[in-house]
Structures are given as structure tokens and as C-alpha cells.
Ligand binder design. Structure first.
Ligand code: NDP
Length: 328
């Protein structure tokens, strides 16, 4: 495993990490969750990602039980939670980024995960109804209390992130260390254009999500019949199927799949390696519903060297979606 610094912080995260969205407490049984986490840890993954909303709090409960059962040394892993969407409760103060919700969501995550502190704590989305000063002061306070070690954002705009840094600087508080954006061959703008100045000027870390665009960057949706037992076939996830499985993506996936075969690897390996190649990525968070998938995706670490400038150019030619910086 390779370990990368989380931005300019002193924390080191494994270049590949593991998350529980839609799987733990929902799509997969607890035994499978345990096997996946165990395999990840045994293979050097040191960061496990979670959120209050995942399976409405159940994902954290499942992960907490596994952490406890495994008796891993607490200094050997990094665990996160994210607040904003609420768990199963959706009252006026049970979502958002108010001081009340950030503090209560943190306390709930600590209980569910059965840990004394969260290594990483994210604002899962920006909240237009809470002043940024309130968010920064609250996160700083949670750090002072020892309940969290680093705080970050998820899917915030560059401007929102910079506002948080300006407030932190003004009041001499601790600003956000990392952002958690989607990053894959189809979603590139934030990582490749929008955040460029923040990477340069602040040294922001990133824990990127959905490297396979929810499984689209594999060969399974190229098959004649819609594959059974997959995320995009799950009841209630029609919105995700529409967002991830856009018609225009299919010919590109087909061409990428052929090219991956030519390189002697699978498309998911190529897609994960492609994300890892971006130097502004601190860690690529993997998701898996089966052990075989995790085993396959972990091989991507050794595939980054296959992505030579010529190979990257051919991928670029297939994708034809390179984001361009706006002209000022
Ligand atoms: P991916 O895009 O990699 O999707 C993972 C899913 O793709 C798996 O559950 C599986 O679904 C399928 N898959 C994975 N590997 C393979 C393979 N080798 N062959 C075939 N199918 C495969 O990542 P996620 O969308 O799960 O995101 C990863 C993590 O990022 C999440 O767990 C979460 O921690 C975080 N995240 C954060 C968000 C945020 O807003 N901050 C939003 C979303 C995720 P199946 O078998 O069911 O088809």
C-alpha cells in the first residue's frame, strides 16, 4: 500500500481507502461487511469512510461493531463521519450544519462507531442557512474537545471552501483540511479545474468518491441483460441509475473496456488507477458489495505505472470531456 499526506496536514492516509455508502446496513449482510473491512485492513487500507445518513445511521453501527470485534489498535486506522443530511430523524435541527446539529451528529457518530474520537469529520454539503463563522467555530471547538482530529467539506464550491479558510484565518481557528468530491472519468471539473488554486495556495487534501461512477466503469452494464443484484438495479435508487448510467456514457465505457483489455487489465482497475494518478488526490475511496470486487480494485495500485502519457492521451480521446478552466 502507498500512503499519502492528507493535503498539507501531517496525517497519512492509504492511497486506496474504503467506504460503506449503500452497502453496509443496506445492500450487503454484516458478515460480508466484516470480510470486506478485514480484507481492506489486512491489505494496508487505513481509512474507512462513513456518514450519519448512510443506511440512516445503520452503516455506522455495523462499522462500529466490526471495529470493536477486530480489536484493531486505534492508532492504526482513520475513521470518518459526515453530518448534514441527518440520520433517520429529519426535524428542523436534526439536519444541516448548525452548531447544534454538528455537535449532536458528532456525538451520535461516536456512539454508533464506538470510538472516542473521529479522525475526520466532514460537512457533507454546504448549508446556506448556517453562517460560515458558526461552522468554523464549531469544528474548531470539536477539535479542542478532542472529539475530532481534522475537519473537512464535501461537495463545497471553491468559493465556499475559501470563505471557511478566511474565517479561520481571521479568528485564528483551524480551517478545513480536506474536501470529499466525486472524482471519476465522468466527473472531473472540481478536481481538475475548480479547486486548482486551493491545491496550490492552501494545500487541500482530498478523499475522492465514486471512482467507478457507482459501478458504471466496469463491463457489467454493457451486457445485453441488465445485471441482477447490482447497485443501479436497487429499488429506490432510480435517481442514481438515471444520473450514473447516462446513454452517452455507454459507448465510452465500451471503448474504455476494450482499451483496458489491450493493456491487460480490467476497466475498474484502469478507472481506479486513473483517479490515483491525479497528484491532488490524497485517497480514492473504494466501494464494494463483494470481496472479489475489492480484491480486483486493490490491484489498481500496481497499474498506475501503465498509465503513460500515451495511454492517458488515448483515454482522453475516448472520454472527450476534459474540463477547461474559464478564461478571465
Ligand atoms: P464506486 O463508484 O467505486 O462504486 C462502488 C460500487 O461499484 C460497488 O458497491 C459495486 O456495486 C460496484 N463495483 C465495485 N467494484 C467493482 C468491480 N470490480 N466490478 C464490478 N462492480 C464493481 O464507489 P462508491 O460510489 O461506493 O463510493 C465510494 C465511497 O465514497 C462510498 O462508500 C462513500 O464512503 C463515499 N461517498 C461519498 C459521497 C459524498 O457525498 N461525500 C457520495 C458517495 C460516496 P454493485 O456490486 O452493487 O454493482
Amino acid at each position: 500500500m502507498e500512503y499519502r499526506r492528507l493535503g498539507k496536514s501531517g496525517l497519512k492516509v492509504s492511497a486506496l481507502s474504503f467506504g460503506s455508502w449503500l452497502t453496509f446496513g443496506k445492500q450487503i449482510g454484516n458478515n460480508t461487511a466484516e470480510k470486506l473491512m478485514g480484507y481492506a485492513y489486512d491489505n494496508g487500507i487505513n481509512f474507512f469512510d462513513n456518514a450519519e445518513i448512510y443506511a440512516q445511521g445503520k452503516s455506522e453501527i455495523v462499522m462500529g461493531r466490526i471495529i470493536k470485534k477486530m480489536k484493531w489498535d486505534r492508532t492504526s486506522f482513520v475513521v470518518s463521519s459526515k453530518a448534514f443530511f441527518g440520520d433517520h430523524r429529519k426535524g428542523p435541527n436534526q439536519t444541516g450544519l448548525s452548531r447544534k446539529h454538528l455537535v449532536e451528529a458528532c456525538n451520535n457518530a461516536l456512539k454508533r462507531l464506538q470510538v472516542d474520537y473521529l479522525d475526520l469529520y466532514f460537512c457533507h454539503r454546504p448549508d446556506k442557512e448556517t453562517p460560515i463563522e458558526e461552522v468554523v467555530w464549531t469544528m474548531n471547538h470539536l477539535i479542542q474537545q478532542g472529539k475530532i482530529l481534522y475537519w473537512g467539506t464535501s461537495e463545497w464550491s471553491a468559493q465556499e471552501i475559501m470563505e471557511a479558510h478566511m474565517v479561520a484565518k481571521d479568528y485564528r481557528l483551524i480551517g478545513p483540511t480536506m474536501e470529499q468530491p466525486q472524482y471519476n472519468m465522468f466527473e472531473r471539473k472540481k478536481m481538475e479545474v475548480e479547486y486548482s488554486q486551493i491545491f496550490k495556495n492552501i494545500g487541500m487534501g482530498t478523499t475522492t468518491w465514486s471512482p467507478l461512477a457507482s459501478g458504471v466503469l466496469t463491463d457489467k452494464y454493457l451486457r445485453k441483460n441488465f445485471p441482477k443484484g447490482t447497485r443501479l438495479g436497487m429499488d429506490g435508487l432510480e435517481w442514481l441509475k438515471d444520473a450514473a448510467l447516462q446513454d452517452e456514457r455507454i459507448p465510452k465505457v465500451h471503448a474504455l473496456n476494450e482499451f483496458a483489455k489491450e493493456l491487460g487489465i480490467s476497466l475498474p482497475r484502469m478507472a481506479v488507477a486513473w483517479a490515483l494518478k491525479n497528484p491532488n488526490v490524497s485517497t480514492v475511496i473504494l466501494g464494494a458489495s463483494k470481496l472479489a470486487q475489492l480484491k480486483e480494485n486493490l490491484k489498481a495500485l500496481g497499474d498506475v505505472s501503465l498509465l503513460t502519457p500515451e495511454v492517458m492521451e488515448r483515454i482522453e480521446g475516448i472520454l472527450a470531456n476534459k474540463p477547461v478552466a474559464p478564461m478571465f
